[in-house]
Design a protein around this ligand. Structure first.
Ligand SMILES: Nc1nc2c(c(=O)[nH]1)N[C@H]1C(S)=C(S)[C@@H](COP(=O)(O)O)O[C@H]1N2
Ligand SMILES: [Mo]
Length: 234
């Protein structure tokens, strides 16, 4: 993905991100402190990070993106999805528990802001409404942050966007468990928005008060990444 014209190139403070996350894990109660830590860690305009290399994909049309190789690995026995922040009941789901939630299926097109698309992708997963039900978001929760196991990739949606009827946390693509390169075991799918909102390798979901800029928004792309209606530099 090319960088937006005019963005200045500065080294990116990944160490700062890792530090904030480690601090959050060890000493902060989940909730606003964690949310603030996450939203501030990206800081003001940063430059392009080397390593967004598109690998050739054997499956038609996809380009595999991974900002910080190697790709995360998935271990079915130890993997957990945490749902926390502004919720009544913070949750930790195993892979089996995720699969046991109400299953949703859809066929939708996928668009990267750089211009490539894949049509008629078959997804299976969980609608965010069903995913959040047991955690019970507080009335003050208006946004959702999706934290990838691939640090420092993170992005947010408003709760309203996450609850769109064709948005989901997907664990299957075209009839098979999500492949590693596509974000195994679970990724965001929101077809009305460009690919960069479709966070791969999701391992932590934080409910918070308002959306903040994610990885590519910090590099100039719109936070509301509506296909056909947001900016794009490709
Ligand atoms: N963790 C993570 N998620 C990510 C990305 C990434 O680099 N890392 N790239 C995004 C972009 S820009 C696109 S277009 C899609 C690409 O999905 P694919 O790699 O499954 O083809 O993933 C999105 N989610
Ligand atoms: Mo993309």
């Amino acid at each position: 993905m090319p960088e937006p014209a005019g963005s200045d190139v500065r080294p990116y403070g990944r160490r700062a991100f890792l530090g904030v996350v480690a601090l959050g894990l060890s000493s902060l109660a989940w909730g606003e402190p964690a949310w603030r830590a996450l939203s501030s860690l990206l800081g003001p305009a940063t430059g392009r990070v080397p390593g967004l290399d598109a690998l050739p994909s054997p499956t038609g049309g996809w380009r595999i993106y991974n900002v910080n190789p190697p790709m995360p690995t998935f271990d079915r026995a130890t993997w957990r999805l945490r749902i926390e922040g502004l919720v009544e009941r913070p949750l930790e789901l195993t892979y089996n528990e995720l699969l046991a939630l109400p299953r949703a299926e859809q066929v939708s097109d996928f668009h990267c802001v750089t211009g490539w698309s894949v049509e008629d992708v078959r997804w299976a997963g969980v609608r965010f409404g069903d995913l959040f039900e047991q955690a019970r978001p507080l009335p003050s929760a208006k946004a959702v942050a999706f934290v990838s196991a691939e640090q420092p990739y993170v992005d947010t949606l408003t709760l309203e966007q996450a609850l769109l009827p064709d948005a989901m946390l997907a664990y299957e693509m075209d009839g098979k468990p999500l492949a590693r390169e596509h974000g195994a075991p679970a990724r965001v799918v929101i077809p009305r928005m460009y690919g960069y909102k479709n966070v791969k390798w999701v391992e932590r979901i934080l409910l918070g008060e308002e959306a903040f800029d994610g990885y590519w928004e910090e590099r100039g792309y719109d936070r509301d990444a509506w296909v056909g209606r947001s900016n794009g530099y490709g």
